[in-house]
Ligand binder design. Structure first.
Ligand code: G
Ligand code: G
Ligand code: MN
Ligand code: NA
Length: 254
């Protein structure tokens, strides 16, 4: 079996599926959004996680059609909720640099949301620090257009990349997502705690929200709340899950 050969077909044949992981505001533990995470139900290999195929998709350029499949699926879900009268929450999608850097990216994004009758503010784009490094001037311009069009913008895996703080200050971010590698050792490693505290301080002084990823324990959650983190995502609150499980576990907005 070859991931390269099967992936193109998988995108066309709807073998991909999305799981949604809930996000909560620490103030009152209100559900405030979801991150959409792609999976592959392979007809012979079974269930494959993104670590198995996203790197291949990046190498083969299939990440572009895959990325559009994700955005299209998220919009269809939001439009379903909207039609049912279900209150909406922001859905975040991971955007690869190859997709963001396409000349028609914003036009196609607008066309997609407009076709589903969705306000742009329901979609959050997650980019990583490595995306910025590709072509900083163009990326910053492109992200400014993204914000002008009303989309939310998050910096993912914050702290793991090499982008300078000087560059981050020019990014029109709504929020930063502190990488789970720093959250894991809260309560055990003072250096990781120091990184978390400075990331929260940075967010607060730049006027952007701070979300901590990979929250698995009550101790981590209390530490984050005590230090002014705005929101959380992690197994303690909810795993990435299919939409039917969001419904049965009462993880819908409103
Ligand atoms: O649970 P998790 O195993 O879902 O995801 C592993 C990695 O795969 C994460 O780094 C995540 O950003 C990436 N990933 C998950 N879904 C997508 C997607 O739709 N697009 C891209 N580009 N990356 C994704
Ligand atoms: O896009 P990003 O790299 O941030 O993807 C989030 C990844 O983190 C996904 O692989 C998701 O399944 C995973 N994840 C979400 N919550 C937790 C958690 O509480 N603990 C751990 N170890 N991983 C998590
Ligand atoms: Mn992410
Ligand atoms: Na992350």
């Amino acid at each position: 079996f070859s991931i390269e050969q099967d992936l193109g077909k998988a995108i066309r044949n709807d073998e991909l599926l999305l799981h949604y992981q809930p996000q909560f505001a620490l103030n009152g533990l209100q559900l405030c959004g979801y991150e959409a995470l792609v999976r592959w139900q392979h007809p012979e290999q079974g269930f494959l996680g993104p670590d198995r195929f996203i790197p291949v998709a990046e190498d083969t350029h299939l990440i572009v059609p895959l990325g559009w499949w994700v955005i299209e699926s998220v919009c269809r879900q939001l439009a379903d909720w909207q039609a049912q009268g279900q209150p909406l929450a922001v859905v975040a999608v991971n955007i690869s640099p190859q997709q963001l850097l396409q000349a028609d990216f914003i036009a196609r994004l607008n066309e997609t949301l407009d076709r589903y009758g969705l306000e742009h503010r329901w979609l959050e784009l997650e980019i990583t620090e490595s995306t910025i490094m590709q072509d900083p001037d163009f990326v910053i311009q492109q992200l400014q257009r993204v914000r002008m069009c009303g989309y939310h913008l998050a910096l993912d895996d914050f702290g793991t990349g090499y982008s300078s703080l000087n560059r981050i200050k020019y990014l029109p971010l709504n929020r930063i997502k502190i990488d789970k590698s720093f959250v894991r050792d809260i309560g055990h490693n003072p250096k990781d705690e120091a990184v978390v505290i400075s990331a929260i301080a940075l967010g607060s002084s730049l006027g952007v929200e701070v979300l901590a990823e990979g929250v698995e324990t009550v101790e981590q959650s209390q530490f984050l709340e005590r230090h002014g983190c705005n929101s959380v995502q992690g197994y303690l609150y909810g795993r990435p899950m299919p939409v039917e499980a969001l419904v049965s576990d009462q993880m819908l907005a409103g």
